[in-house]
Design a protein around this ligand. Structure first.
Ligand SMILES: NC(=O)c1ccc[n+]([C@@H]2O[C@H](COP(=O)([O-])OP(=O)(O)OC[C@H]3O[C@@H](n4cnc5c(N)ncnc54)[C@H](OP(=O)(O)O)[C@@H]3O)[C@@H](O)[C@H]2O)c1
Length: 216
């Protein structure tokens, strides 16, 4: 995949994915609602990468071959809806989790279509939606020296799109793609993020997921 765009790429989650993609030699367009802010964020990252990262408006990020949605859940549909035509026939990866804080825990929210990936699939009927990256701690993703070795669970109804995303992930340092299945599983995958984040709050950690016992 030669170019990857990240909508809402200026947050911790998008930045972490951007750094690891660029480290794999990919050209990454880090998108924002404000191109000037994206430029500033990318400039401040100053991470040595073999690919390139560029700060742009979300509209420009949406022109890439593969586009990742990395906004908060309550801004995701509002972000992608005006980009529906630009994103038609493209692979759109959702890393969005719908959760709310309840004391020292995160609580997954119930959504009409079962998951944020499902909500995006409904908003972008001509796009190829894949869910991935949900459980990764952003701090470890952005720090290339963190020693991260994590599984990335993938879901999606389009098997070919899933395989493309799995190849991209397998090329990112420290990550291993594990295809779970269809978009019907996205709600469970996203909800489990609330468990992961709550564990990290309780244990003051940045733990991550590894799945052992799978064939290479
Ligand atoms: N943080 C993690 O460790 C992590 C890990 C895996 C998955 N995720 C998921 O990834 C997503 C982003 O997480 P994050 O921690 O990076 O979130 P964030 O910092 O709150 O938001 C990411 C970016 O989205 C844009 N944004 C904020 N509010 C928006 C709105 N209402 N509409 C459109 N764009 C908006 C902002 O960029 P501009 O102001 O530049 O437009 C912001 O920098 C979430 O859905 C989260 O569940 C997070």
């Amino acid at each position: 995949m030669s170019t990857v765009g990240i909508l809402g790429g200026t947050g911790p989650a998008g930045r972490g994915v951007a750094v690891r993609l660029a480290s794999a030699g990919t050209e990454v367009l880090v998108g924002s609602r404000d191109a000037a802010r994206a430029l500033e964020v990318v400039r401040s990252m100053a991470v040595p990468v073999s690919g390139s990262m560029r700060g742009v408006a979300n509209e420009e990020a949406a022109t890439c071959d593969l586009v990742i949605v990395a906004t908060p859940w309550d801004g995701a549909i509002e972000t992608v809806s005006p980009l529906r035509d630009a994103l038609a026939s493209k692979i759109v990866v959702s890393m969005v989790n719908a959760m709310m804080r309840g004391g020292r825990e995160l609580i997954p929210l119930s959504l009409a279509r079962g998951s944020m990936a499902g909500q995006l699939a409904s908003a972008l009927p001509a796009s190829r939606i894949v869910g991935a990256f949900h459980h990764l701690p952003a701090a470890h993703m952005e720090d290339m020296d963190s020693g991260l070795v994590a599984a990335v669970v993938l879901v999606g109804d389009d098997a070919a799109a899933r395989d493309v995303v799995a190849d991209v992930i397998d090329g990112m340092p420290g990550l291993r793609a594990v295809v779970a299945g269809s978009l019907a599983l996205a709600g469970a995958v996203e909800a489990f993020t609330a468990v992961c984040v709550t564990i990290n709050i309780r244990h003051k950690a940045h733990s991550y997921l590894r799945l052992e016992g799978l064939p290479r």
